[in-house]
Design a protein around this ligand. Sequence first.
Ligand code: PMP
Length: 401
Amino acid sequence: DSLFQNVPSAPDPPIYATTVAYNKDPCPNKLHLGIGVYRTEDGKCHTLNVVRRVERTLANDLSADKEYLPITGMPEFNKLSAELIFSSGSSAIQESRVTTVQCVSGCGSLRLGAELLAKHYPQQVVYLPEPTYGNHPNLLSAAGLTLKTYRYYDLKTHGLDFQGLMEDLGSALTGAIVLFHASGHNPTGVDPTCEQWEQIRRLVRLRGLFPFFDCAYQGLVSGNLDADAQSIRMFACDGGECLVAQSYSKNMGLYGERIGSLSIVCKTADVARRVESQLRLIIGPFYSNPPIHGAAIVTAILKDRELYKEWTTELKAMSDRFFRVRHQLYDALCKRGTPGDWSHIIKQVGMYTFTGLNEDQIDFLTEEHHVYMSSDGRISFGGLSSKAVPYLADAIHDAVS
Ligand code: PMP
C-alpha cells in the first residue's frame, strides 16, 4: 500500500477544468474565452516581437551567465520595475522610501506581500472587492490573513457600486488591509474614475486602512502605462504607505516566465531597508532566489529606449484590439436585436467583460455552441478575434432568446 493511500483527490480548479474540456472538444469553431491570455487570430498564445528580439540577443550574449541571482532578484530589474509603476520622478523613489523585490509573477508577489503583512502588520484582516480575481482569496488566506469583502460591482447597473464601496471601507476594521485592482479590474472590467479614486484615497488615509494594489494589466487598459498606474501613484505620492504587486504576464506576454515584483512604499528610507531585510528572510526558505530569464527580458526592454518604444507600440496594439473587439461584439448583439441592454460591454474596460450571462446560459453556450468561459459570466477578449465575433454573437443571441 502507498503511504499516501488515504490522500483524497482534490477537485480541479474551475479554470483548468474549462481548459481540459475545451482541449477535448473537436469542434473547429470552439472558443476559449475563459482564460486571460492574449491569442493570435489562430488561437495561439501571442509572443511580443520585442520579446523575441531580446531573447535572440540574450542567446548570443556570451557574457551572460546563469549564476544565482540575489535573494531579492536582479537589482536593475527592481529599480526599473519601481520606476514603471511609480514613475521615474516619484518622490518616494528619490527619497529611497521604496523597496522593490523580484517575484514569481503577480501571484508570487501577492503571496509574498501577504506573508510580509501576516508576519509584520498588526491588523490581520484583508478586504477584497466582491467579486475579485479567483486566486486572491487563496493567496491571501494561505498566508494566514482573514478575508472579508467590500461591495464593488453593481449587478443592476453592471457598473461600480461606489456608494457600497465607500460605506464598506468607511466601516471596515481600523487598520485593515484593503486589496485594490490598480486598473482593468478582473473579472468585471469596471474601474473607479480618477475622482472616485481620490475619494477612496482620502477615506483610506482617514481611516488608517492599508492599501495593497494588484497591478496585472498596466498598459492594457487605456493603452498607456502611466494612465493605468494612476491609482497607485495617487497613493504613492501622498506620503503614506502602500504595497504593490506587479505582473509582466499580460503586458509583456511573459505568462510562463513567471516574472513580477513586489514594491513597498514606506515612510522612511530606514523602514524600507528594514522591510527589505524581512522580505529576504521570507524568500530564503521559500525558493531561495528567483529565476533569471524573465527578469533579463524585462530589464533589457525597460532600459533601452528603442526597445521600450517598440514594447509600448505593441502594448497599444493589444489594448486597441481589446477595445475594437469589445465594440464589435456590442454592435453585433445590437444588430441581432439580442434581448437585453448590452451597453455595459462597451462601458467596461481592459481584457474582460462581465456579461451578466447566468450559469444556465453559459452551460448552453458551451454545450450547444462550444463557447467556453468562466461560470461567473466573464469573457476574456484575449481569446476573441474579430473574425470570431459573429459566431459568438449568434451563440449569445441563441442563449438569451
Ligand atoms: N492579479 C490579477 C487581477 C490577475 O488577473 C492575474 C492573472 N490572471 C494575476 C494577478 C496573476 O497573474 P500572474 O501570476 O500570471 O502574474
